[in-house]
Design a binder for this molecule. Sequence first.
Ligand code: GRF
Length: 320
Amino acid sequence: MAERKRIAILISGRGSNMAALIYAARADDCPYEVALVTGDKDDASGLALAQAEGVSVSRLDAKKLGASYWHVLEKTLRETDIDVIALAGFMRILPDTFVANWQGQIVNIHPSLLPKHKGLKAHDAVLAAGEDVTGATVHLVTTALDDGPALGQVEVALIPGDTAETLAERVLIAEHQLYPRVLAEFASRETDPDWIVAKVGELTLKLPETHAKTSHGSPGWRVGSETSGKFFAYVSIRHHGEAPIALLVKTSGPDEMAALIEAKPDLYYRPAYYGASGWIALRLDGRQVDWDHVAEWLERSWRLLAPARLTRLMRAADEF
Ligand code: GRF
């Protein structure tokens, strides 16, 4: 299995969703581990539970820390080498800069079927609206409150006579099923070959005159016309169940390739069939793939293989 993603859970209270995430992570095949529990109240009751379960806890208190709180939190998360932040009853609005620093890496659970009933007192709003079904949503966090793209939802039916309390209790049971499942999907998404191929495809198609074409069963991308284009990238996917998932791109030649592999043997390797002609393999199955770096490699490889009429245009654009 690929390396597990390191999750930090942020709580403000009892942390029952946190507990559901911690217990789900005990399964051998869970793609995430809970590397840290923290929050904004140093006496939140969920912290004691996390501690008793052997999870690292950082007791931060937003009131005591005042203006330095977000800075301390950021530092704590970076020092713990966190990949994904899971908010679980964290009762504080994240500043835009914090969200920007962790773009696409923060998830939250909200007790309604978003986009319906955002904000606090969702169950009261559901009852007031006379809904016959509600539920919970796990979503990506953006700067707008309870508004990021939904990653998963679960429905919960209303029962005649429901109050906000009875509803909250039942929705919570559904939350505990939903959150670990959606977080696991989210954490393993970037090691899913289909996701990786789609991501590389998206980056390659930003370069001029490119198209996708399969080569000996591997996804590949060519530059130039549909009939005479040249391959500038391939994705090699766990052939024979052993080799990692990697991007194959063209280097300037054997010297550069040898130097790169020597400098970063965890990142680069010589692919079995293409190595001699200067193609290098860049691993795409690590815990933290640097997609900007991948995009740079794709552009370099494109430049080496594109016809002169296209590289001339690119060079002219570079001069501006
Ligand atoms: C949950 O209902 C969650 O959806 C909301 O806050 C509540 C937290 O409960 N965001 P707990 O602390 O996980 O028990």
